[in-house]
Design a protein around this ligand. Structure first.
Ligand code: BES
Ligand code: MN
Ligand code: ZN
Length: 487
C-alpha cells in the first residue's frame, strides 16, 4: 500500500472519505461532493442515526454523477489531538480496507499535521499477521494499492509522515516478533533477526552463554538452563548524537516461551506465553523506530533472551544462584523467571553503558493484568521526572500508563533465610514485589520499570490495531525520547 498526500482529490474512482462535523455540519469538501452528486450526502444524513461523532461512519454506495465506488462520511467528533486523528485514520481503515477498493482517498479538510496522523492511524490498523495461513488470509481481502490523503498542506504532511512512518515500522516489527510462534522465534533465531537491523545503521552485538557465564550472569543463565535453546543477550546501539553523550538505555524481558519451568504453569492458556518476550519486542521496535527516523539521541537496547523450560537440567525451587551484581537469589518459584533475566540485564546495562537513565519493559506479572487489565500498563520508578515524562507520553500516544508505588515495606517481603533475597514476595502485591526485586539491580541510575503483561496482547480490536500483538510501548517510548531527549 502506497501512501501519498495531495492538495486535491486526484482519484476519480475508488472510495472517497469526507468529513462531517458533530451536529452534521458538512466540511467544505463534503459540501462540494454533496452538490456534485445531486444532494446524495444531504439525503443520506436525513435517514440515519449518524451524528458526526467520533467512530461514526456512513457509507453511500455508487453516488449519482460520480465514478467513486462509494462515498464514506466520517464523523469528525471533537478531533483535536494528534491521537484523535490517528484513531480516526484507524477507524477509516477498518471501514474501507476489506471492501475491495484499489484506491482510497481521504479528504477531511484537515491540516498537514492532522493528515499525517490520519495516515499513521490508517497504516497501523492495516497490519495483519497471517504469514502462516495458506488460505483465508485476512490480508487477501485487502486490495488497496494507493491511499491518498488530501490536505492543503501536503508538503508538511509528507515531511512529518516520514518520521511517523518509521514509528509504524517499529510497531510492526514489535507486532511481528510477538506474533511469531515459539518454535520459530527462540533466543538464537531471535538474535539473528535483530542482527539484520544493522542494515539500518544500528550496531548489534550478541553474547552467548559462554560470554554471559564469564560475566557471572547466574540469574539469567539459570532460567535458560532447562532449555535446549542457548540463551542470548543482545545489545543494540543507536548513535544519533555526540559520541560522548551518555545514552538512554532500554532493557527488555525476552522469554521466548514461559512454561513456568519446574513450577509448571497450568495447561490451558499456556500458549499465550509465546508473548512473554513482549518487553524485548518493544525494545527492538523502538530501536528500529529511532534508527528509521534518525533520532538525534544516543540509545542502547539490551534484551535478555531465554526459554523457560522444565527438563532434567532445569533450575529447581530451592536453588540459589549468584547474579552478576554478586547478590545471591533463592529460587522459590521457577515461574518468577522474568525478574531473574532482568536482574542481570539491568546490572550489565548500568555497569557497562553508564546510561543517563534506564527503562525496562516486561510481561512480568499476571498480577498486573488483575490490577489494570488490557488498557493501562503499570510503571514503577525511582525518579519523579521520569514519571511525569512517561505520563505525558502516555496521554499523547494512547499507550496509557499508570504509576504504581515502590516502598521499603514491599522490599522487605523479598527477605530470604538463606540468600540475599528470594525471587518471589508473597501472596499480595505481586507486581510491586517484582518491581522491588528489579530495583535491587539498578543502583542509583534513574530507572523505570513498565509491566506490560496486560497490554502486549489484545483480545479485541482497537482503532489502530486488530486483536493480537499490539506493539504497545513503541509509540510511548518514541514520544518519551522525542519530547525530552533530542536536541
Ligand atoms: N510471564 C509471566 C507473567 C504473565 C502472566 C504475563 C500472564 C502475562 C500474562 C511471569 O513469568 C510469571 O509467571 N509470573 C508469575 C510470578 C509469580 C510466580 C510470583 C505470575 O504472575 O503468576
Ligand atoms: Mn513465569
Ligand atoms: Zn514470564
Amino acid at each position: 500500500m502506497k501512501i501519498k498526500f495531495a492538495k486535491e482529490v486526484t482519484e476519480a474512482t475508488g472510495a472517497l472519505v469526507v468529513g462531517v462535523e458533530e451536529g452534521l455540519k458538512l466540511t467544505a469538501t463534503a459540501q462540494t461532493v454533496d452538490e456534485a452528486t445531486n444532494g446524495a450526502i444531504s439525503r443520506a444524513l436525513k435517514g440515519g442515526d449518524f451524528e458526526g461523532k467520533a467512530d461514526q461512519f456512513l457509507e453511500i454506495l455508487a453516488p449519482a454523477n460520480s465514478d467513486h465506488s462509494r462515498v464514506i462520511l466520517a464523523g469528525l467528533g471533537k478531533a483535536e489531538q494528534a491521537l484523535d486523528w490517528q484513531n480516526l485514520g484507524g477507524g477509516i481503515a477498518a471501514e474501507v480496507l476489506t471492501k475491495g477498493d484499489k484506491d482510497v482517498s481521504i479528504a477531511l479538510d484537515a491540516d498537514g499535521e492532522e493528515s499525517a496522523h490520519v495516515a499513521l492511524g490508517f497504516r497501523l490498523r492495516s497490519y495483519h499477521f497471517d504469514k502462516y495461513k495458506s488460505k483465508d488470509k485476512p490480508g487477501d481481502k485487502i486490495k488497496l494499492k494507493k491511499l491518498t490523503v488530501v490536505t492543503h498542506q501536503d508538503n508538511q504532511a509528507d515531511d512529518l509522515f516520514d518520521g511517523l512512518d518509521a514509528v509504524a515500522e517499529g510497531v510492526f516489527l514489535t507486532r511481528d516478533l510477538v506474533s511469531e510462534p515459539p518454535n520459530v522465534l527462540y533466543p538464537e533465531s531471535y538474535a539473528k533477526q535483530v542482527k539484520e537491523l544493522e542494515k539500518l545503521g544500528l550496531e548489534v552485538d550478541v553474547l552467548g552463554e559462554k560470554e554471559m557465564a564469564k560475566l557471572g550472569m547466574g540469574a539469567l543463565l539459570g532460567v535458560g538452563q532447562g532449555s535446549v535453546r542457548e540463551s542470548q543477550l543482545v545489545v543494540i546501539k543507536w548513535t544519533g548524537a555526540a559520541k560522548t553523550k551518555a545514552p538512554l538505555a532500554f532493557v527488555g524481558k525476552g522469554v521466548t516461551f514461559d512454561t513456568g519451568g519446574i513450577s509448571l504453569k497450568p495447561g490451558p492458556g499456556m500458549e499465550d506465553m509465546k508473548f512473554d518476550m513482549g518487553g524485548s519486542g518493544v525494545v527492538v521496535g523502538l530501536m528500529r523506530a529511532l534508527a528509521g527516523r534518525k533520532a538525534k539521541v544516543n540509545a542502547v537496547g539490551v534484551i535478555g533472551l531465554v526459554e523457560n523450560m522444565p527438563d532434567g537440567n532445569a533450575q529447581r525451587p530451592g536453588d540459589i544462584v549468584t547474579s552478576m551484581s554478586g547478590q545471591t537469589i533463592e529460587i522459590l518459584n521457577t515461574d518468577a523467571e522474568g525478574r531473574l533475566v532482568l536482574a542481570d540485564a539491568l546490572w550489565y546495562t548500568q555497569d557497562k553503558f553508564k546510561p543517563q537513565l534506564m527503562i525496562d519493559l516486561a510481561t512480568l506479572t499476571g498480577a498486573m493484568m488483575v490490577a489494570l487489565g488490557e488498557d493501562h500498563a503499570g510503571f514503577f520508578t525511582n525518579d519523579d521526572g521520569i514519571a511525569k515524562k512517561l505520563d505525558a507520553a502516555g496521554a499523547e500516544t494512547g499507550d496509557k500508563v499508570w504509576r504504581m508505588p515502590l516502598h521499603d515495606n514491599y522490599d522487605k517481603l523479598l527477605k530470604s533465610d538463606v540468600a540475599d533475597m528470594k525471587n518471589i514476595g508473597g501472596k499480595f502485591a505481586g507486581s510491586i514485589t517484582a518491581a522491588q526485586f528489579l530495583q535491587r539491580f539498578v543502583n542509583k541510575t534513574p530507572w523505570a520499570h513498565i509491566d506490560i503483561a496486560g497490554t502486549t496482547w489484545s483480545t479485541k480490536d482497537s482503532s489502530t490495531a486488530v486483536k493480537g500483538a499490539t506493539g504497545y510501548g513503541v509509540k510511548l517510548l518514541n514520544a518519551f525520547v522525542a519530547d525530552n531527549y533530542e536536541d
